[in-house]
Design a binder for this molecule. Structure first.
Ligand code: FE2
Length: 385
């Protein structure tokens, strides 16, 4: 175990070299928002406020003149999440999405300087259009959006908001609520992970490379990510400024069913597996979220017996990390702390990761084994291993 991990610790990430490979025809400022299609947007928004510390931001529905859907937008620091549910008439695509996938991520919206150019550049390079550039306006200015299709039924929407001063975007009103639980210290989206089908990882690597101008940050093969029973492969794609990172997973052969296969079965195809959100104080964030009812994967106590031998000096108290099941990994530039929730939906599909980076830019390769054994224990309980 120690030998393996010492090899990992010598892995260097030449970020400047990697970023220079990314093309700049599609400058991205960051994630604009993430939209979920859900069975009940009102209750989903309440859950994310109560259990994860999000704050009310914007609303669209019958009261604002929208008849086919209802959307609630919540935020925490730089993170914006939208929950959308279909109404009685119209919104068939939302009904279909929920019937097929359960609650899940539909839109990964990206903040751009020019949504028209973003759509032209990507569709010219082979992306399938979701919708062509569309201007909406109100008394606060205008927003331009366009969209392209990605894996499964998921899409990217490009959002240009340089001429807009309002709360969120035209069509939404500010959501004033009397219920405002405190935040949990979540800051921004660190990465969002895709699960794709057998043999599709390279297809989507190619898509992000050719259509979006992303570069490959790191590749994990099935030997990197496997336990005695199950395996997967992953490639992490990044844009040129490193603000957008999309790891892409596909299942690999193992003695038992890969967690990626389980996801594909229950989500009924490819989709977003997890959203990693950053905090500056993971111990405080996690203990707060536990009090609010969020369940995290549990990690065997033995993981902590040799933790300091593997990762060297860390500022945190190991007993506290063990109590919460927080994982630690190190690369040349520093270390990171991370923990994973159990699925936040009834189907074993979408979950969240809480991550605190202390220099390290990597993805916790040293934690894969402990993490996957924990996921396998959950799969066994669900009868899907
Ligand atoms: Fe992650």
């Amino acid at each position: 175990m120690k030998e393996d991990l010492s090899k990992i610790n010598t892995k260097t990430y030449n970020l400047e070299k990697i970023f220079s490979k990314a093309k700049d025809f599609l400058p991205l400022y960051g994630t604009d928002y993430v939209e979920f299609y859900v069975g009940n947007a009102k209750q989903a928004a309440h859950f994310y406020k109560t259990a994860l510390g999000f704050q009310s931001l914007a609303y669209a529905g019958l009261e604002t003149g929208v008849k086919d859907r209802t959307s609630y937008v919540v935020y925490q620091d730089k993170i914006r999440l939208m929950f959308t549910t279909p109404m009685l008439t119209g919104g068939e695509d939302i009904h279909d999405h929920i019937k097929k996938h359960g609650d899940g991520v539909k839109v990964i919206a990206l903040w751009v300087e020019d949504a028209t150019k973003a759509w032209e550049e990507t569709t010219n390079r082979g992306a399938e259009s979701y919708f062509s550039p569309k201007v909406t306006s109100d008394e606060n200015g205008e927003v331009v959006c366009s969209g392209i299709k990605i894996y499964g039924d998921t899409v990217h929407v490009f959002v240009e908001r340089k001429n807009y001063k309002g709360t969120f975007m035209p069509g939404f009103e500010k959501w004033e609520s009397n219920y405002n639980p405190p935040n949990c210290g979540l800051k921004y989206i660190d990465h969002m992970v895709a699960n794709v089908g057998w043999g599709e990882m390279n297809v989507w690597e190619d898509f992000y490379n050719k259509v979006m101008g992303f570069a490959n940050l790191i590749t994990f093969d099935d030997k990197d990510i496997s336990t005695q029973y199950t395996a997967l492969m992953s490639k992490v794609m990044t844009n040129g400024n490193g603000r957008i990172k999309f790891p892409i997973n596909e299942p690999a052969e193992g003695l038992k069913k890969s967690q990626i296969e389980e996801y594909l079965d229950f989500y009924n195809g490819p989709g977003c597996q997890h959203i990693a959100v950053a905090t500056n104080d993971i111990v405080s964030t996690v203990s707060d979220m536990k009090k609010r009812g969020i369940e995290f994967l549990s990690i065997p106590d033995t993981y902590y017996d040799t933790l300091l031998d593997r990762v060297g000096d860390i500022e945190e108290d190991v007993i506290t990390l063990k109590k919460h099941g927080i994982l630690v990994d190190r690369d040349d530039e520093g270390y990171l702390l991370q923990i994973f929730t159990k699925p936040l939906t009834d189907r074993p599909t979408l979950f969240f990761e809480i991550i605190q980076r202390k220099g390290a830019q990597s993805f916790g390769k040293g934690n894969f084994k402990a993490l996957f054994e924990s996921i396998e224990a959950e799969q066994a309980r669900r009868g899907t291993l």
